[in-house]
Design a binder for this molecule. Sequence first.
Ligand SMILES: NC(=O)c1ccc[n+]([C@@H]2O[C@H](COP(=O)([O-])OP(=O)(O)OC[C@H]3O[C@@H](n4cnc5c(N)ncnc54)[C@H](O)[C@@H]3O)[C@@H](O)[C@H]2O)c1
Length: 360
Amino acid sequence: MSKQQDALGVAVIGCGRIGSLRANLSSTHPSVGFLALSDRSQKQADVLAQRTGADLVTTDNLAAITDERVGAVFISTPEHDHREAVVQALEAGKAVFVEKPIALTVEDADVIIEAAERTGSELRIGYSRRHDRRWMLAKEQILQGRVGEVLGIQSRVYNTRAQLMEILKRAPDATPVNDVLTYYVDMACWFLEGIRPVEVVARSQSKVFKAMGHKAADVTWAIITFENGAVVNLGVSYVLPATYPTVGQSSRFEIIGDEGVILLDADNKDSLLFTDRGAPHSYVPDHNINMMFMQTTSAADFAVGDYWGAVASETRSWLDHLITGRPSPHTTPREARRTLAVTLAIEEAARTGASVALPD
Ligand SMILES: NC(=O)c1ccc[n+]([C@@H]2O[C@H](COP(=O)([O-])OP(=O)(O)OC[C@H]3O[C@@H](n4cnc5c(N)ncnc54)[C@H](O)[C@@H]3O)[C@@H](O)[C@H]2O)c1
């Protein structure tokens, strides 16, 4: 692994699905010369170390974070377990990239933001949907003024119940709203940058997951009103049958402006594989599937010797940003905090039936 002397050193904390992507992408990045891995499971860290040729492998997060050869840290632990390692890394003066959502509670998010602001260390949050080319281009068209003023957005995202079960294995308090709709809240707020969301109404239906003993709703629809009157309708359902052929998020995202419209069809039904031989599911390890909407993997896919997709672009561009200092479109702590507040308000509104005002 070791390359030139002045190369960037990277630590990856949490060596599961997404940490593996971050580590693999870092290990092949031309500016990265040192890779440290830490996972609470020695086996998990060892397996990834073998694949990436990591220089340091440990179960002690702090040892990896504070190693003097490390300049940047990816925190890829489960949703409820970001706070400790993020604060450690910020306090050690490292540039930090933490997976979405920043935390599952406002209290954890505020501790993280306080540490970022006190230390001045860089912190970005992994809202990788921004880095899918479709949404990046939508942002550019909005920046160029081609849709005029954004009046409203409608988006919905679907996935299978089998994938929700995988998410719940690592994070029992995760829900389709705080774990998935969060990406779409992030993008809606990004497209309405500078305009504050002020009110949330939402309804949900809970039958299938409730019968299985989970608090996740089967279907949630929300309307978020922004301070200029823009209305954003976001929905999520992870209750599709377990073998429905999406292997990630199937979504639509539609932006209505006073001078134009952007329609993103990201169901990926036009990207179909059918195979009698069966193919591994990228998220549900025990699924061997005959039919697949390719490109629905929302993180990244391995193909022809490398990784392709949103998380690949997102990881490379953050590392590029650290090396070159050029601005990056990755989600900031304040943006992630606002997105968390909106998702919590959606769950409260769905639970109580009342509209929820969002504080300044
Ligand atoms: N951007 C994306 O496309 C995307 C996709 C899926 C998940 N995620 C996010 O990535 C994060 C991780 O999800 P995942 O699917 O990789 O989970 P995972 O369960 O596959 O991996 C988590 C790993 O962290 C380890 N771990 C748990 N607690 C730890 C701790 N305190 N210290 C060190 N290691 C610890 C576990 O042993 C496991 O190896 C979550 O925040 C999730 O929301 C992002």
